[in-house]
Design a protein around this ligand. Sequence first.
Ligand SMILES: [Zn+2]
Length: 236
Amino acid sequence: MQEKMNLLRDLQEIDQEISTIETTRSGYQQELSVFSEQAAEVQSMLDQLNSEIDQLHQDEAQIEQELLKQRDNVARVEARLPGIQTQKEYVAVLKEIDVAKKGNKDLEEQMQSKRKEIAILVEDQQEKQAHLDAITENARARGSELDQLLSEADSQLEKHTSNREKVAADVPKSLLRKYQGLFKRRNGMALAVARNGACLGCNMQLPPQLFNQLLQGADLQTCPHCNRILYVEVEA
Ligand SMILES: [Zn+2]
């Protein structure tokens, strides 16, 4: 019986080690995925900004085109002035020029306001780009550390897993199943020390008869309160 308990204690130690490594390992992976989530988020904001800036540039170019056309028109109409014969026609042409110039002023203002919008977005774009560069740089530096840590964790896991298989092979199947079920349910503590008549897994008193049987080491005993497999520590 003592031998089986020693195997189980070895097994639990290895299993706890494995579970610690697995937790650490998923922490590393979590950290890596946070980097790529952050980068993707900033990248999508940048894409959005870039397409808005593109659109504004197109608008600006269109307005500029229109403005050039209208300035040509004004020049053409102004060129007619010296050849005009009647006062009436002269007034009409001056009015035409005046309206066209006001229109051009509107176009100029529209173009200025597009340029201002573009400047604001470009500033935002530069900030986002710097942010993305920082994330990428962090991800690169920490990422290679994390890759290293992950591969160390993998090789440790491999070592412990093969060790575990060897120990588990010597534990009777039904006992192994019982132990594994408890290990899961009891959060990595399938075994508990019994001391001074109590289970240290749940700190409840054990029936005296059960404790005595445990001391005699004849049979495997489980705590009637928490179900953990009990053992007594043998004095060194
Ligand atoms: Zn207990």
